[in-house]
Design a protein around this ligand. Structure first.
Ligand code: FES
Length: 121
């Protein structure tokens, strides 16, 4: 299995992403809360560059004690990146599609070698 260089650790701050290429494949690599995650940069909807969209906390409905809708808030735990073409959202830690949990972006292993980050392809 080949490895593609992503970045030096000190040049890839937490909260940022990098897009790398291997042959015809593009891979989005996220550094999030001390962990690295990598996914195919190809949206499951119509092939858009899913990993290049905005990163935001999941928007959740707030339901009151009487079971009525009270409003919405940003999740404290779940974070998504949003495909810039039509808005499909993906969980940054799993690649799971928020709209259809049966769908998941292809995931790649991220390897740290000393002070460098690689993705296995
Ligand atoms: S191609 Fe990503 S939401 Fe449509």
């Amino acid at each position: 299995m080949a490895e593609v260089f992503v970045a030096k650790v000190d040049e890839f701050p937490d909260g940022e992403r990098r897009i790398v290429s291997s042959g015809t494949h593009e891979i989005g690599v996220f550094h999030w809360q001390g962990q690295f995650y990598a996914y195919a940069n190809m949206c499951l909807h119509q092939g858009g560059p899913a990993c290049e969209g905005v990163i935001m906390h999941k928007v959740e409905d707030v339901i009151g004690p009487d079971r009525t809708w009270v409003g919405q808030k940003f999740s404290d735990e779940r974070v998504h990146f949003v495909c810039p073409w039509h808005g499909y959202e993906y969980d940054i830690k799993t690649g799971e599609c928020a709209a259809d949990k049966r769908l998941r972006l292809k995931k790649y292993n991220v390897v740290r070698r000393g002070e460098e980050i690689y993705v296995s392809v």
